[in-house]
Design a protein around this ligand. Sequence first.
Ligand code: PMP
Length: 308
Amino acid sequence: MGIQTDLIWFDGKLVPWNEAQVHVMTHTLHYGVGVFEGIRAYKTVNGGSAVFRLKEHVDRLFGSAKIVGMTIPYSQDEIVTAILDTLKANKLAEGYIRPLAFIGTGQAMGVHPGKNPIQVAIAVWPWGAYLGAEALEKGIRICTSSYTRHHVNVMMTKAKACGNYVNSVLAKTEAIADGYDEALLLDPTGFVSEGSGENVFIVKKGIIKTPPLTSILAGITRDSLIAVARDLGYEVVEQLFTRDEVYVSDEAFFSGTAAEITPIRELDRRVVGAGKAGPVTKRLQTEFFKVVKGENPKYAAWLDGYSL
Ligand code: PMP
């Protein structure tokens, strides 16, 4: 599945893939201040498609921009419409959506963004399971990263900002080079924070635990799962925990738009629980896929439907 589709929404209009280009003097390319989102659309049971929690993702995009001091020259409604238009124009019934707002060029160079224009692009492409279809089923092997997740006063951790991902790329690359599927990063005080592109959960004696919104990205899948799990009657706590608490947990899993709900079967060569997707993980995964596919009317408000 390639990432090349027909059209990309670029600064207000749909342009052919090859024309969505930037200059090498683009400010964001040099200094990393840009913001983006990762959103998914799924085919739904009624024969159409729906974007999952589109408005929340667009709201987070604007929040990220505010945090890093960028003014996106469109309204949230305009970006919502542009995303749906881009999906339809590319005849994409299911896939991944990547809005990106960045600082362009033409005015000045240097750390201060100055009066360089803020540009926006929206790409969509087909994307299956981020960590592989087998991972969703059997779980993945992960390691504690040698890289620490950002301190809240070094990077703005609530912003999904381009530059924040240097840390993620370092951790992911190291994990893959060492033979693991993904990295688990600790916060600057040593507690578990998140994966390179996922939030993390553990389960012990039926109680679901996830780190609080301190050094982590406020994941929309995380938020959805907390709501769904509580509705199913599970106790969910947002509490700091250590890596050895993961070692002795009954189950562990990652959540994210790309990763969806991916079971963790091993951390630092210690088998977690039974070494496969546990019952709570499986139940949440099943419920999550029902929700995104429109099979659970209770969460219909989370879906923005469209048809091709
Ligand atoms: N943490 C990080 C660092 C991420 O990049 C992501 C993916 N956006 C997440 C958590 C999960 O967030 P979401 O569920 O909104 O995709």
